[in-house]
Design a protein around this ligand. Structure first.
Ligand SMILES: [Ca+2]
Ligand SMILES: [Ca+2]
Length: 398
């Protein structure tokens, strides 16, 4: 405060002068708010041919305000473009592609019909002062027939992407009424959107998209989703068709063998080699299994297909997606001829984190070598085999 008091009279006068000038400049704010309103061309032809497909609407604001732009046809029908959008002071250029949203709550867009329109640019400042300017714009050579997305459906409506071959994938089918560029995205209940298929030109025909519960290579969480099929034609008409979808029981299927024990190490021809295999469900989903039940005895010329029901059909054929463990050896005619289910009760599933011990036996038969290598592996029927583990050389005695 002491220093301020030391100002001499001339400095105080200069300060007062600056304040007075600032006051006068503030008074200028009653001048024109909206200026330099113009169109880059008087005509727009939104048809994707590269000529006059868009038009720039230029304007300037001398102070902060809200800008509204609308088009009015000869019959008085209004097409809003900007609605009270806040803008700082400055010069602007708004690009208009000749389309509008018939329903502001939906992504659909329609191109404005051919005709002559009045363009009204309106600005409103913070005190509610409004100014507007009008221009004329002709829309021509446009195609206002929108693309239709027909027969949209997903089968099945709920997928369970867990690698068990039951409802792991769904087919999203749809038709297009005209050639369009199509984008497919998926939106969760919180509104998060993920791309399923990037924009791609499609013909006026039936199309499909195979969906496995993932987006961008990641499995989406269980829940309800909206799949959006968006078709855009050359003029900018855009139709958004929603198909309901759900994911239930999604997860990663993984079965690991934690130990394998073959006993004894030396077996006479006609003797029995015992095996004990311990497994753990190290995935995030339940694993289905089938027989033959643990403990089932085989010999070296039999296999899991030999168990028949009363009508002679194989009881334990390779049902896609089910999990078993198996034992294989040198010179087998098929991989893992002897297989066992993971659980005594194959109506039950092996849950994530759960372990199981599977025992079985193979009688040594029809073998002419002195040593045979045996090993174990997990099998997901119809999908593939796990790595060869627990390999052991068994000495055959005669
Ligand atoms: Ca054009
Ligand atoms: Ca499944």
């Amino acid at each position: 405060m002491r220093r301020l008091l030391q100002f001499d009279g001339r400095k105080v006068m200069a300060l007062a002068g600056i304040l007075a000038m600032m006051f006068v400049m503030g008074g200028c704010q009653s001048g024109p708010l909206l200026s330099k309103v113009s169109l880059s061309a008087p005509v727009i032809s939104p048809n994707g041919d590269g000529a006059n497909d868009s038009v720039a609407i230029d304007y300037a604001l001398s102070r902060p305000g809200r800008i509204s732009i609308k088009f009015t046809d000869a019959q008085g029908k209004e097409y809003p473009f900007h609605n009270r959008e806040p803008r700082p002071r400055g010069s602007y250029s708004a690009t208009f592609y000749g389309t509008y949203a018939p329903d502001a709550s939906r992504p659909d867009r329609r191109v404005m019909p051919n005709g002559v329109y009045t363009v009204t640019v309106m600005a409103e400042d913070e005190k509610g002062v409004r100014e507007e300017q009008r221009l004329q714009l002709t829309v021509e050579k446009t195609d206002d027939e929108p693309p239709l997305v027909t027969d949209a459906s997903m089968t099945p409506g709920t997928v369970s992407p867990n690698g068990d071959s039951i409802d792991d994938e769904a087919v999203l089918g749809y038709g297009l009424s005209k050639k369009s560029r199509v984008t497919i995205s998926i939106v969760d209940e919180k509104g998060n959107s993920n791309l399923l298929e990037a924009e791609n030109e499609k013909t006026a025909a039936l199309h499909s998209h195979l969906w496995d519960g993932t987006a961008g290579g990641r499995l989406l969480p269980d829940g309800a989703y909206d799949i959006h099929i968006q078709a855009r034609d050359a003029s900018g008409n855009l139709t958004d068709q929603v198909v309901k979808a759900a994911i239930k029981g999604g997860g990663t299927a993984r079965l690991e063998i934690t130990s394998v024990r073959f006993t004894p190490q030396s077996v006479p021809v006609g003797g029995v080699l015992n095996v004990e295999i311990k497994v753990r469900n190290s995935g995030t989903t339940s694993l289905r299994t089938i027989g033959p039940r643990p403990g089932t005895a085989y010999d070296m010329v039999s296999n899991f297909m030999q168990f028949k029901d009363a009508s002679g059909d194989s009881l334990y054929y390779e049902r896609p997606g089910v999990w078993r463990v198996g034992v294989s050896w040198d010179q087998t005619d098929r991989p893992y001829p002897v297989r066992w289910g993971l659980l005594e009760n194959s109506d039950r599933t092996l849950e994530p984190g759960e372990t199981a011990t599977i025992t079985g036996s193979v009688r040594i038969k029809d073998i002419r070598t002195r040593e045979v290598r045996f090993w174990a592996g997990v099998i997901q029927e119809g999908i593939g085999f796990g790595e060869r583990v627990g390999q052991k050389t068994i000495v055959i005695s005669y």
